[in-house]
Design a protein around this ligand. Structure first.
Ligand code: DQA
Length: 147
């Protein structure tokens, strides 16, 4: 059974309340449950964690190397600011898929640059909640050799 860390960064605990025209009306708990249920049908176990704290996210990435096969990571605004999270991703051997609910490239220019993308397996952005499901699919196909 594959094990995946579903990791969410700052303000994603506000899903459902926060700018619903951009991020949708579903709460993070609802979304996490839906992704867990979807993954279970593929025999994948998802552990979900969210933090507003950069340091806690760094620790979650570091600890994932001891138990997870990969990470689906929406780092929120830290995507655009955090060398520490980039270094954490670089320091583990695991494949990490960067995901965004919104199409960051269609938004403000400060969202166009990601410190994380270059050290991630790939990036999925702009598909709404489906970005997370696609992230799980991308990891599964990568790990299984794409068969
Ligand atoms: C986000 C995009 C980021 O620019 C923003 O800071 C977020 C959410 C997204 O999922 O679309 O917090 O990562």
């Amino acid at each position: 059974m594959l094990k995946i860390l579903l990791l969410n960064g700052p303000n994603l605990n506000m899903l459902g309340l926060r700018e619903p025209e951009i991020y949708g009306s579903e709460t993070l708990a609802e979304l996490e449950t839906a992704v867990q249920q979807y993954a279970a049908t593929k025999n994948i176990e998802i552990k979900a964690f969210q933090s507003n704290s950069e340091g806690k996210l760094v620790t979650a990435v570091q600890e994932a190397r001891t138990w997870a096969d990969g990470i689906v990571f929406n780092a929120g605004a830290y995507t655009h600011t955090s060398v520490a999270l980039r270094d954490a991703i670089s320091s583990i051997e695991l494949p990490v898929v960067e995901v965004h609910i919104s199409n960051v490239h269609a938004r403000e220019s400060f969202r166009h640059h990601s410190y994380l993308s270059a050290v991630c397996l790939g990036v999925i952005a702009g598909f709404g909640r489906n970005s997370y499901f696609l992230g799980v699919d991308a990891l599964e196909r990568h790990i299984s050799g794409g068969k």
